[in-house]
Design a protein around this ligand. Structure first.
Ligand SMILES: Nc1ncnc2c1ncn2[C@@H]1O[C@H](COP(=O)(O)OP(=O)(O)OP(=O)(O)O)[C@@H](O)[C@H]1O
Length: 454
């Protein structure tokens, strides 16, 4: 049954925005199945509620599809995890300023300041090819550099292309080669939460000191998150000045070039670009084949070459999608006791490709307009009429749930600030919990999106 859960996770990873998956679904573990009860556990009560309310029906549907029978889904709070998971830390981070963040489902993680480095995100496990060899060399050269200036690197790529893998691999590499160096691995969201928390708790001095004087290598991910966060931008710019002036090493990652991040102040953007900027491009077919072979070998999956080549030919969106295909074919083959062949791979690919490819904010807008009988002009207008506001909030909520777009991009699409997007998402989440009608409407629309029926 654990395989079922792994397979469901692979599907959700494909379907949910990366940050939502990592924050909420990744820490969930399979516990047991007894009768029709399928039991999962979350690291604490907060994440249990969130996963149950927000993703429960999606998880249930996937398990039902895989098993071909109805189940009743139960969530528990895992014993002994003590709430130290990523999910709730983001919300409760205001109080937990100096705590270590833990990725709960990773075996033998290495302790660091900030987040844990995933043990499988190493240089050995990173396939170097034409699409990323410049980024790889630049990262390695930064890691080994003894230069006292210009020691920063900005990794740029679409989602799922290996930024986190390469960044964390550099963290491992430095830890192994230079154990004395203090490596901080965090996301821009962590930095923001920690800063806000420190101001609230009167520990701003400690916070500043920690990043300015106690860090030798700063690995800062997802810097596009900082768009619109003026106070954090100013603080980070000052921190970077301290680090750069004292020749510390800094790696940034983002899906956007600094100057393309909405509401990013010029001072910070110029610090991001003061060193090397290195894109990671789409991998070509041969590289996708190499990655699949490597991942299959690591996970102990035996895939025939024609299946590998078929997956590599079809799953071209990003490497995360490729991995999802690999996990799905292996899980389906062993669960259903069928050979791991091209027929099986075709059924898996059909599922992944239709679910992912065509869902864009535009598609969601059109679907919502049609279902609520409003016009595409209404949905982006300034109108405060309830008959317009609700569908707009629904469309924003669905865009957040089904696309990888950041808040700013969603806001732009609806002529709104990202704070309005957050408000809309929160409102609909609350409505789903409290109103049967809204729950049904969202389920209906979600099903349409998931089935490509729009
Ligand atoms: N060159 C590579 N070799 C092996 N695995 C890779 C490579 N590039 C990416 N992957 C794998 O693809 C998956 C997604 O990579 P990663 O999380 O690093 O993407 P990302 O660019 O940081 O995405 P996001 O912007 O959504 O955070 C990971 O499991 C990673 O191991």
């Amino acid at each position: 049954m654990e395989l079922v859960w792994n397979n469901v996770k692979a599907v959700l990873e494909e379907r949910l925005p990366g940050h939502s998956f990592r924050m909420w679904i990744e820490p969930v573990k399979f516990e047991n199945r007894s009768g029709d009860a399928f039991r999962l556990s979350c690291p604490n009560a907060f994440s249990k509620k969130r996963v149950q309310d927000h993703y429960g029906s999606m998880i249930q549907d996937e398990i039902r599809t895989l098993l071909g029978s109805d189940i009743s889904l139960c969530f528990d709070v895992r014993k002994g995890t003590n709430g130290a998971s990523r999910g709730p830390v983001v919300k409760k981070g205001l109080k937990k300023v100096e705590t270590q963040l833990v990725i709960p489902n990773v075996a033998n993680p290495v302790m660091h300041s900030g987040r844990m480095l995933r043990p499988d995100f190493t240089l050995d496990d990173f396939v170097v090819s034409g699409n990323n060899d410049f980024a790889y060399s630049a990262a390695l050269s930064l890691a080994s550099s003894t230069q006292s200036h210009n020691s920063s690197l900005f990794l740029l790529s679409d989602t799922g292309m290996g930024k986190s893998h390469l960044t964390q691999a550099i963290g491992h590499h430095i830890n192994r080669k230079k154990p004395g160096e203090r490596v901080y691995y965090i996301t821009a969201e962590d930095f923001t939460n920690e800063m806000i928390g420190s101001f609230k708790n009167d520990t701003a001095g400690q916070f500043k000191d920690k990043y300015r004087s106690q860090c030798d290598v700063l690995l800062l991910e997802d810097v596009h998150f900082l768009g619109g966060k003026e106070r954090t931008q100013i603080e980070l710019a000052m921190t970077l000045d301290y680090l750069m002036e004292s020749g510390k090493k800094i790696m940034f990652s983002s899906c956007y070039l600094p100057n393309d991040i909405p509401k990013m102040n010029e001072q910070l953007a110029s610090r991001f670009t003061s060193g090397l900027i290195s894109p990671i491009e789409d991998p070509n077919f041969r590289t996708r084949v190499r990655i699949l072979k490597k991942k299959a070998a690591q996970k102990g999956h035996r895939l025939p070459m024609d299946v590998i080549e078929y997956l590599a030919g079809e799953l071209t969106d990003n490497i995360r999608q490729l991995e999802s295909g690999l996990v799905s074919v292996s899980a389906k083959s062993s669960l259903m006791g069928v050979p791991l062949d091209l027929d099986l791979a075709e059924s898996v690919v059909k599922n992944i490709a239709t679910k992912k490819k065509r869902v864009t904010i535009d598609v969601i807008k059109k679907l919502v307009c049609r279902e609520f009988n409003i016009t595409p002009v209404d949905i982006v207008s300034k109108s405060r009429k309830k008959t317009i506001v609700k569908p707009r909030q629904v469309a924003i909520y669905l865009s957040r749930r089904y696309t990888d777009q950041p808040l700013q991009a969603i806001g732009k699409n609806f002529n709104r600030y990202h704070a309005t997007v957050m408000h809309a998402v929160g409102t609909i989440e609350k409505d789903i919990r409290q109103e049967v009608q809204m729950r049904n409407q969202i389920e209906y629309l979600s099903r349409k999106i998931e089935n490509g029926d729009f």
